[in-house]
Design a protein around this ligand. Structure first.
Ligand code: S3P
Length: 439
């Protein structure tokens, strides 16, 4: 189902206890990277557990446009016929990244060292997201990328540039920027070294190593040189922790719930929400911890618990950067005050997530005060009402969770983009006991 075919608004809640056992779709970050590295590798890469979402499909379409054959034996599988580091063919038409910041930023890195020109475009939301954070360091490597005023997309990338490695310390922790520089580094003369103020998800580093590229990395640091080759390898994508997050919160807050989330990716750079919820008093048990495709996974059993407000430790922020909308909902129903700070990046996600969550929660009767880099939320109850997700998938799903505990129905507008990361959310949520549907 494409974003435009899915419903534009939901009516959600109040809901019943969440019960049973469910598996959420594949990890978005890993799925993007599997297609990218598979395309640039020599040989055939089979990707299983692939996220069949709009964002990752856009990335696959871009590589098809650049001459890569990608087969779809089933919705959650892709077979990528790699063309090697220098085998992509330029396209006269713009390359459409849809809603995906990850797609556009990583592609900017991968395409900066090609022999041909490229133009990267995105939807209305992506067209408002800052790209200087990648174009500036890529320019320091010798790339030539023109953007619109304010460093916004479209990005016009000149081909035929000689790239050279740089040492770069990221001003703001960002796995997308780090990954863009590492992908450009594959094409650069000499060493590319990236340092981060706080460690971020390291899927690009791990996957480059799995594809046979010599790379040195540790939390907050990565180093590689150009001039090697990527060798195809199979990639097993774990279930996306960020998609599981909505259910972790829903089952924690709705009385009587006991839900198992199967085979969730537990990369420590992704599980900050788990730590934050536990600080709030959540009852979440990791069962059957194991390794799948080189990534830690576990089944998560979550039972209803009484949550209390906390000051979210700033050290957790990069490890839960996509989970704040869900955390805000937990805070809204917890006992006492929750304070979020050090999270200004939330303002430049698919929407300004501090402002959109504050507006929506206020519409449901929650006392929430915005700060420049976070919010102060006084827990209590939620009433029914109408909220807007501003085309932001994670906001839409977070309000669907909030609605389960509201005293009346919640109407959630502009939900089509849920398909970017979580196709089938409504059906899976209903299977678990939530009430959410078109309307
Ligand atoms: C991602 C990195 C994060 C995250 C995004 C996915 C990635 O963005 O918010 O959803 O796959 O590298 P930033 O790099 O902007 O923090």
């Amino acid at each position: 189902m494409s974003a435009s075919e899915s419903s534009q608004a939901w009516t959600a809640g109040p809901g019943a206890a969440l019960r049973g056992s469910i598996r959420v779709p594949g990890d978005k970050s890993v799925s993007h990277r599997a297609v990218m590295l598979g395309a640039l590798a020599e040989g055939v890469t089979r990707v299983t557990g692939f996220l069949e979402g709009e964002d990752t499909r856009a990335t696959a379409r871009v590589f098809e446009q650049l001459g890569v054959r990608i087969e779809t034996p089933s919705a959650s599988e892709r077979i990528v016929h790699g063309v090697g580091l220098h085998g992509l063919r330029g396209s006269d038409a713009a390359l459409d990244c849809g809603n995906a910041g990850t797609g556009m930023r990583l592609l900017a890195g991968a395409l900066a060292g090609q022999a041909f020109d490229s133009v990267l475009v995105g939807d209305a939301s992506l067209s408002k997201r800052p790209m200087r954070r990648v174009t500036e360091p890529l320019a320091a490597m010798g790339a030539r990328i023109d953007s619109e005023d304010g460093g916004l997309p479209p990005l016009r990338i000149r081909g035929g540039r000689e790239l050279r490695g740089i040492e770069y310390t990221l001003p703001v922790a960002s796995a997308q920027v780090k990954s863009a520089l590492l992908l450009a580094g594959l094409y650069a003369q000499g060493e590319t070294v990236v340092r981060e103020p706080h460690p971020t998800r390291d899927y690009t580093e791990r996957m480059l190593a799995a594809f046979g590229w010599p790379i040195e990395f540790s939390p907050g640091h990565a180093r590689l040189s150009g001039g090697h080759a990527l060798r195809a390898t199979d990639v097993a994508v774990p279930a996306d922790f960020s998609s599981a997050a909505f259910f972790l919160v829903a089952a924690s807050v709705v009385p009587g719930s006991e839900l198992v989330l199967e085979a969730v990716g537990m990369n420590p750079r992704r599980t900050g929400l788990l730590s934050a919820l536990r600080l709030m008093g959540a009852d979440i048990v990791e069962e059957n911890p194991r390794s799948e495709g080189g990534e830690p996974v576990a089944d998560l059993r979550v039972r209803h618990a009484r949550l209390r407000g906390v000051e979210v430790p700033q050290a957790l922020v990069p490890d839960m950067i996509d989970e704040f909308p869900a955390l805000f909902v937990a805070a809204a129903v917890a006992q006492g005050r929750t304070v979020v700070s050090g999270a200004a990046e939330l303002r430049v996600k698919e929407s300004d997530r501090i402002a959109t969550m504050a507006a929506g929660l206020r519409a449901l009767g929650v006392a929430i005060e915005e700060t420049p880099d976070g919010a102060i939320i006084d827990g209590g109850g939620l009433s029914g009402g109408a909220v807007e997700s501003h085309g932001d998938h994670r906001i839409a799903m977070s309000f669907a969770v909030a609605a389960q505990l509201a005293t009346g129905e919640v109407r959630i507008g502009d939900v089509a983009n849920v398909a970017t990361s979580f196709p089938g959310f409504e059906a899976l949520a209903a299977q678990a006991g939530m009430r959410v549907g078109a309307g």
